[in-house]
Design a protein around this ligand. Structure first.
Ligand code: AMP
Length: 180
């Protein structure tokens, strides 16, 4: 039986208007995570993409971006046979970190990664739940490179194409399971 993965994932991603602030339509992936067929299908599709045509190189490490990125990245790492590395908000990682900041509409955000997380030359896949403006993913990729890793690409469950996140990720290999 073939699975309409796109349709299944869309049916499990719910719009929540005006969350967390007025005017934002939050894409809630909780129903997707709560459906083991949808969640497993999403993880398997990400793994298959990076093992598929044009992506024959190995993946040594999978980075998950706090917090929902962790949920998707960890099973991807397990299935790819790669190590998992968390990219976290400030003050969460106990050892020496690299850090980078990026601008938001109002203010800025900081992300950190352990300095010892990568061996120079490690091939690294970055995974998050949503690609919106691309600032978060671009910052995570900068961190990987600061720490000596080589970015293979980015996978997300869903991409908000009207925010043109790919413009913030020039020359990056970007993979989204569902686009809006
Ligand atoms: P950005 O840096 O603008 O690409 O935003 C990506 C990050 O913000 C991801 O880690 C998402 O978890 C979160 N995010 C941004 N926009 C949304 C949205 N509309 N619904 C859910 N999460 C979002």
């Amino acid at each position: 039986m073939s699975l309409d993965l796109d349709g299944l994932l869309r049916s499990r991603i719910v719009d929540v208007p005006d969350f967390p602030t007025p005017g934002v339509v939050f894409k809630d992936i909780s129903p997707l995570l709560a459906d083991h067929v949808a969640f497993a299908g999403a993880v398997d599709a990400i793994v298959a993409h990076w093992r598929g045509p044009g992506h024959s190189g190995r993946v040594d490490k999978v980075v998950g971006i706090e917090a929902r990125g962790f949920i998707v990245a960890a099973p991807v790492a397990y299935h790819v046979g790669a190590d998992f590395v968390p990219v976290r908000k400030p003050g969460k990682l106990p050892l020496a970190t690299h850090e980078t900041s990026y601008d938001l509409e109002y203010g800025s955000n900081v992300l950190q990664v352990h300095q010892e997380a990568f061996t120079p030359g490690d091939r690294v896949l970055v995974v998050d739940d949503v690609l919106a403006t691309g600032g978060t993913a671009a910052a995570a990729m900068r961190l990987v490179e600061q720490a000596g890793g080589v970015v293979v690409g980015l996978s997300v469950l869903l991409e908000l194409t009207f925010l043109d996140g790919r413009a913030a990720l020039p020359a990056r290999d970007v993979h989204a399971l569902v686009t809006y």
